[in-house]
Design a protein around this ligand. Structure first.
Ligand SMILES: *Cc1c(COP(=O)(O)O)cnc(C)c1O
Length: 392
């Protein structure tokens, strides 16, 4: 079956009592034993819950993995996957990863002695040079946030496998509709299901999917041991959201492409970052590696933080908010919002400046989105208003 059919037909048929077409929410913390050691497959909902299992089956099918965990948040997925490493292990991470990932890796270095080196993974030599005898994983995130740099998953997975390390991919920005990391050699995929997979901005959730059964089992074990599993209600919402993943992603991409073209011709826009534009430095790689360009667009306004703030204050359809991947359009200021927790030095090295605004292009009528941006960007001189000034 193809992705759209899988997204609708996996993780259903769970109710043998009434044959409900949609998987119910099994809001039970505990399940009755039939005899010593005999259950119907469930005993306690931290360990396993039928609604969560349904979502996990769906996630594994969408990415083509052996198994998945549906977990409380995207960060919980990342934290749990990092538990595959142990004290003294070394990880090489892309230098413009999600801010929360960098914060967590910094904490794990202090708490657990996990070593980390950040490199620009756009140059494979940087990765090779960073390899140590104890390198156990490559942390790959592509497209990056917020600059939408693309890195070569297949080449990085090959490097990882040459040294017996894991290739882990954060696939949040594209979803399995636009990118299939297991086809490119990845071992583990993480998602913030908060974003495109749920797609309706009403859940914070996460997932990790493994291609090898032994990794899937270990992740299940860790999810239970750490007590991180997603609630039945959240799992049900994500499962419901996934059923429309394919048509949503198509429209996200169509709208994003139009917005990117519009911005690249606007006199008050200094630069547009969208991998679908032929001018994007990684456009060819994106075409080769991805099944589409996704719904995220970043751009630099002419001027500085005050001009960026002017745009944020002026938009009416776009909501000024963190997060992405929902049906509604969002705009955010990277330096003061999503990347505020990131080490300012790393942030600056990654090229993230205070003029950058990031759009999660939603599913509204494209003309309303373009008019909104045009109005917000039609400024001549801007009165300074921004209170947040950053080191970057
Ligand atoms: C949002 C996000 C996360 C973290 O997910 P939460 O659900 O907020 O915990 C991780 N990686 C990427 C790329 C994200 O966008």
């Amino acid at each position: 079956m193809r992705l759209q059919t899988l997204s609708i037909h996996t993780g259903v048929d769970k109710d043998s009592s009434f044959n409900s077409v949609i998987t119910p929410i099994y809001a039970s913390s505990t399940f009755e034993f039939e005899d010593i050691g005999k259950t119907k497959g469930y005993d306690y909902s931290r360990t396993a819950n039928p609604t969560r299992t349904a979502l996990q089956e769906n996630l594994a099918a969408l990415e083509g993995g052996a198994g998945a965990i549906a977990i409380a948040t995207g960060m919980a997925a990342i934290a749990t996957v990092l538990h595959l490493l142990k004290t003294g292990d070394h990880i090489i991470c892309t230098n413009d990863c999600y801010g929360g990932t960098e914060r967590l890796l910094r904490t794990y270095r202090e708490l657990h002695g996990i070593q980390v080196t950040y490199v620009n993974m756009g140059k494979l030599d940087n990765v090779r040079k960073a390899i140590q005898p104890n390198t156990k994983a490559l942390w790959i995130e592509t497209p990056s946030n917020p600059l939408l740099n693309i890195i070569d998953i297949r080449a990085l997975a090959d490097i990882a496998h040459e040294i017996g390390a894991l290739a882990i991919v954060d696939n949040t920005f594209l979803s399995p509709y636009n990118q299939r990391p297991f086809e490119l050699g990845a071992d583990i995929i993480v998602h913030s299901t908060t974003k495109y997979l749920n797609g309706h901005s009403d859940v914070v959730g996460g997932a990790a999917i493994a291609v090898k059964p032994e990794h899937a089992e270990r992740l299940q074990w860790l999810c239970n041991a750490l007590g991180q599993g997603a609630s039945p209600f959240d799992c049900w919402l994500v499962l419901r959201g996934i059923k429309t993943l394919v048509p949503r992603m198509r429209l996200h991409e169509e709208n994003a492409n139009t917005v990117a073209k519009f911005l690249s011709q606007h006199p008050n826009v200094a630069r547009v970052y969208y991998p679908g534009l032929p001018t994007h430095p990684n456009h060819d790689l994106a075409r080769r590696q991805q099944y589409g360009f996704g719904g995220m667009v970043s751009f630099e306004v002419n001027g500085g933080v005050d001009e960026a703030n002017h745009v944020l204050r002026s938009v009416k359809v776009f909501a000024v908010a963190e997060s992405l991947g929902g049906i509604e359009s969002l705009i955010s200021h990277t330096v003061s919002m999503t990347h505020a927790s990131m080490d300012p030095k790393l942030r600056a090295e990654a090229g993230i400046n205070e003029r950058i605004l990031r759009l999660s292009v939603g599913l509204e009528d494209i003309n309303d989105l373009l008019e909104d941006l045009d109005r917000a960007l039609s400024f001549k001189t801007v009165v300074p208003t921004a209170t947040v000034r950053s080191e970057a």
